[in-house]
Design a protein around this ligand. Structure first.
Ligand code: ZN
Length: 968
């Protein structure tokens, strides 16, 4: 095959991706192109630039945001959000890494795919940043001054986003590890931006960076899926690439000379003023490799990391935990750098333990390098990775997006991108290396005999936040004092002008330039998931048949609704303990090997299924999920039985380790996922599903773990676990999901039927549990965060409304127009969300938000916005199409089964789905404005909850009923 104006560098079949791989160079511009042509209808495009940062101003990141704020052909203020509002994309995003910036999109619709590519290509090559400095001000940073007496502040989307990121100790840790390993190198700088440095960035540096790096000669273009290759390449050439002459771009990542001696670095991170800083430090042992790894090396080191630090019973982790110096030990291997890195981290420790930490790591590694792992252990670990690779289930991420990132492991450093997909060969080499001993020598080659190491201590600082706030004030005052009254008036004008510009709607003729599909492009008929339900002796089967590539997905769902409220945290705890504690037959380490050898994983989880239009009922399930290749069903089910009936919780040391780990990881996610936590906490004041979720996963569960730890209740917990497990595992109201190919359905069902006979038919009778009473707690949670997560929620069913498709359209409008504009663009928060759930929940939430009361006001003004909505036909169509992109989502085989289950348990029928679809497609302006009343009523209920900065919560305390400290 010939491709006009492209030079073929390589063309070969890529077995693992079931397609043809093409590597090309665009002759005139020098753009590098990689194509994977296969039958995946979820087509993906990604354009990547190599963007090494030169400082901590976050230039690559701010540019990533900014090129999506208007371009030559698409001069609206935010084409990105216009595409989110009105395309059928299955993925639309942009991401900044330490050495690259990427712009991936995906869609199953051909015309839509072309539209998305066109907007993205125009954005990256011809952005409006050169002629409109307001883009840098909005996305990066700017001074804000409201009046002459007021205080000057900094604001900007990335500025606040990174304030949020720098509030997360683990993000700070990984950032500082890179600086410690690669000082004075692009990897040593923060491509995302240090808030204090972001405000040094000038417009001139900004556009220069674009000029230098955003050229096709410095680009990597990735195309994937069921696409017409000739047509796409011809279009890329004609529409864009042909306009550029090849140039030399100096973006190569130079190799960092290996250290001669170990680098020792101490850094600090902020904690709350009232936090006890004892044992809140991180210690990390870090290694960098000399050159990009081969696929075999990456795989080998991933397996090694798993064996040493992740797998239950992993010897390095165990040895470090046994020292009793830290709450959690974890490892990380990063292959997405020119010189991959390996880290071993102790969390919540003290720096006095450093010598012991290092000694232990080195002696344990030395011992393992000599003695090796057992054959079965290694085989188990390899199987674990092999199953994941073959299953290729990336959840909501389109495969193409994941593969494009994977390709860069070598491609970005001038290697062969196809090598990353030669899985068979890599696994073959790995197994061979286990046989000939070279696998175990990875430890000495890369970890022990490698001089390029850094020890980083990250210590807590309770004064840091106040100090920084003071410094910032001084810096701003200092700047303010250099300004004349005229300068200040000009700043006030500038602030007003920017706000006015942000508030102004886009010109209609500009909006119309963004391509839009037609309603005829969208199917009228829903494609409901087909599943069968059988009821049998008190339990129910949900059977979903689909092509699963020989995998059988199964799930047991035990009902735990009769448990008392005090028992709920034990259910959550069980999900973290099972499979990771001894059974009567195996130690936990052996058990983990058995699971990896025979299955694709056994996991436990709690789920709460809210009911369609019934805020006061829900189904609470303890779920045991397992998957395996069809020929491994017997072994897998035997293991499930063993775990559920023979687990032993008496090993208090182990129990303690796991509870500490659980607590410490949950504490991180309480802030990194602060929006989800605050929305759910807020909804728990009135909604039963949210109430359970909060008890099982939220702040209440965290408080339970804190109590267990601080009052040393491990023995009490250990005694209670078997009792709770026995109460849960019975056949009464049991649901069983089988999701597999037709041919395995009958055998799977027979084997499962036999398995469940081990559980008693009836639940043990429970004592009467106290009925749940809802309370309007309206809490403000003080943390060491520099930003807020503000949530408001309410119940629309109580106001007399039922869920319908128009709400879905309104959700798109509220999120992508109102919240985007008010909370993000004008407010400076990284994100804002709004939505309705089928169980009566309505919610608003902000993410990494610099404001509190301002955001509350924005929430309160939403009803007026809705009542005054004026959409022309084209805008309405746009929102309808954008809404459909969230309805017709491509699902992996595993997700299809899950969806079937969710719809069934929540009582959503096929008719409901069709009706909602009809409603979405037929939505009128009046349908939407009519919902203004509903939103007004639910907002008036005034359930409000915020997780955020200590002093901001304190300032806004009038908005709360309760103010609390959320311990970290
Ligand atoms: Zn960002």
């Amino acid at each position: 095959m010939e491709y006009r104006n492209y030079k073929i560098i390589k063309e070969e079949r890529i077995e693992a991706l079931n397609g043809l791989g093409l590597l090309l160079e665009h002759e005139k511009s020098g753009a590098r192109i990689m194509v994977i042509k296969n039958d995946d209808e979820n087509k993906t495009f990604n354009i990547i630039f190599r963007t090494p940062p030169k400082d901590d101003t976050g230039l690559p990141h701010i540019l990533e945001h900014s090129v999506l704020c208007g371009s030559r052909k698409y001069p609206v203020k935010d084409p990105f959000v216009e595409l989110a509002k009105g395309s059928l994309n299955t993925f639309l995003n942009a991401m900044t890494y330490p050495d690259k910036t990427m712009y991936p999109v995906a869609s199953c619709n051909n015309q839509d795919f072309r539209n998305l590519m066109d907007v993205y290509m125009d954005a990256v090559l011809y952005p409006n940043i050169y002629k409109d400095p307001r883009i840098l001000q909005q996305e990066g940073w700017h001074y804000e001054l409201e009046d002459l007496e007021g205080d000057m502040t900094y604001n900007g989307v990335v500025y606040n986003e990174m304030k949020g990121a720098s509030s997360n100790p683990e993000q700070v840790l990984f950032r500082q590890i890179q600086t410690a390993l690669f000082p004075n190198h692009p990897y040593g700088y923060d491509s995302g931006g240090e808030p204090d440095a972001i405000t040094d960035l000038t417009q001139e540096q900004f556009v220069d960076f674009h000029k230098t790096y955003y050229h096709p000669s410095n680009s990597y273009i990735f195309l994937y899926g069921d696409l017409d290759v000739v047509e796409q390449l011809t279009w890329l050439d004609d529409a864009y690439l042909n306009d550029f002459e090849k140039i030399k771009v100096d973006s190569e990542l130079v190799r960092v000379e290996p250290f001669k001696t170990r680098n020792h670095v101490t850094k600090s991170y902020a904690v709350g003023q009232e936090t006890n800083t004892d044992n809140k430090a991180y210690l990390s042992y870090n290694v960098a490799f000399d050159k990009p790894g081969s696929q075999y090396e990456h795989l080998g080191l991933e397996v090694m990391e798993y064996l040493l630090l992740d797998a239950p019973g992993a010897p390095l982790k165990e040895a470090l935990l046994k020292l009793n110096i830290a709450e959690d030990i974890f490892g990380s291997y990063d292959s997405g750098l020119r010189q991959p890195t390996f880290s071993i981290i102790a969390k919540n420790t003290s720096i006095e333990n450093e010598a012991l930490f290092v000694e232990t790591i080195e002696s344990v590694l030395g011992k393992i390098a000599l003695e090796g792992f057992s054959k079965r252990k290694i085989e188990a670990a390899i199987n674990y990775f092999e199953f994941k690779v073959r299953e290729a289930d990336f959840g909501q991420y389109p495969k193409g997006v994941i593969y494009s990132i994977k390709a860069l492991d070598t491609w970005l450093y001038d290697g062969d991108p196809f090598e990353n997909f030669a899985y068979d060969e890599a696994f073959r080499q790995l197994r061979e290396s286990v046989e000939n001993g070279s696998f175990i020598s990875l430890i000495s080659t890369y970890l022990l005999d490698n001089p390029h190491t850094a020890l980083l201590r990250l210590i807590p600082d309770a004064q840091m936040l106040a100090k920084k706030e003071k410094q910032l004030k001084e810096k701003l005052n200092q700047y303010g004092s250099t300004l004349t009254k005229e300068d200040k008036l000009a700043l006030i004008e500038g602030t007003k002008a920017l706000k006015k510009h942000q508030a102004e709607p886009n010109a209609r003729e500009d909006l119309e330039k963004i391509p839009l599909l037609d309603l005829v492009d969208i199917k009228k008929e829903a494609t409901p998931i087909q599943y069968e339900v059988f009821k049998e002796e008190g339990h129910e089967w949900i059977l979903h048949k689909t092509f699963t590539n020989n995998i059988v997905y199964m799930r047991l769902l035990f009902d735990f609704s009769p448990l008392t409220f005090e028992e709920l945290p034990y259910v959550s705890l069980l999900t973290r303990l099972l499979m990771r504690m001894d059974t009567k037959q195996h130690t936990y380490s052996e058990l983990s090997d058995e699971i990896n050898i025979h299955t694709g994983g056994i996991n436990a989880d709690t789920s709460v299924y809210g009911m369609n239009n019934e805020p006061d009922t829900c189904q609470t399930k303890f779920e045991v999920k397992f998957k395996c290749l069809s020929e491994k069903m017997d072994e897998t089910l035997a293991l499930v039985k063993e775990v559920l009936t023979e687990s032993v919780f008496t090993d208090l040391d182990r129990l303690k380790d796991l509870i500490f780990e659980n607590k410490s990881r949950l504490s991180t996610s309480l802030t990194s996922g602060g929006h989800t936590v605050s929305i759910n906490r807020c909804s728990s004041y009135f909604n039963i599903s949210a109430y359970y979720k909060e008890a099982l996963d939220g702040i209440s569960y965290y408080e339970f773990l804190e109590k267990v730890v601080s009052e040393n209740l491990f023995e009490e917990v250990s005694n209670k676990l078997n009792e709770v497990l026995d109460k849960i595992t019975h056949r009464e109201n049991l649901h069983i999901l089988v999701n597999t190919e037709e041919r395995y359905m009958v055998p799977a069902k027979e084997k499962l039927l036999e398995l469940i006979t081990v559980f008693p038919e009836k639940a043990i009778t429970y004592e009467e549990s106290t009925p749940i009473t809802f309370e309007v707690l309206n809490e403000g949670f003080k943390t060491a965060s520099k930003v807020q997560y503000c949530a408001l929620a309410g119940d629309y069913v109580k106001e007399g409304y039922l869920y319908n498709g128009h709400m879905k359209v309104l959700q798109t409008i509220m999120s992508l127009d109102y919240m985007w504009k008010e909370v993000r663009v004008k407010g400076g928060a990284y994100g804002g969300f709004a939505g309705f759930r089928r169980n009566g929940q309505f919610f608003l939430g902000s993410y990494r938000d610099p404001n509190l009361s301002k955001t509350y006001e924005i929430y309160k003004a939403l009803p007026d916005y809705i009542k005054n909505l004026k959409l022309d036909d084209r805008e309405l169509l746009k929102y309808i199409i954008g809404t459909m992109s969230n309805v017709d989502v491509p699902l992996t085989p595993q997700m299809k089964g899950e969806r079937a289950l969710g719809l069934y348990l929540s009582n959503v029928s096929k008719e409901d789905e069709q009706r909602e679809r009809d409603e979405i497609l037929s939505t009128t302006q009046d349908d939407l404005t009519a919902l203004g009343q509903l939103v007004e009523a639910v907002i008036r209920q005034d359930f409000f909850c915020v997780i955020g900065n200590e002093s901001v919560i304190e300032e806004g305390k009038d908005l709360f009923v309760t103010v609390k400290t959320l311990n970290q």
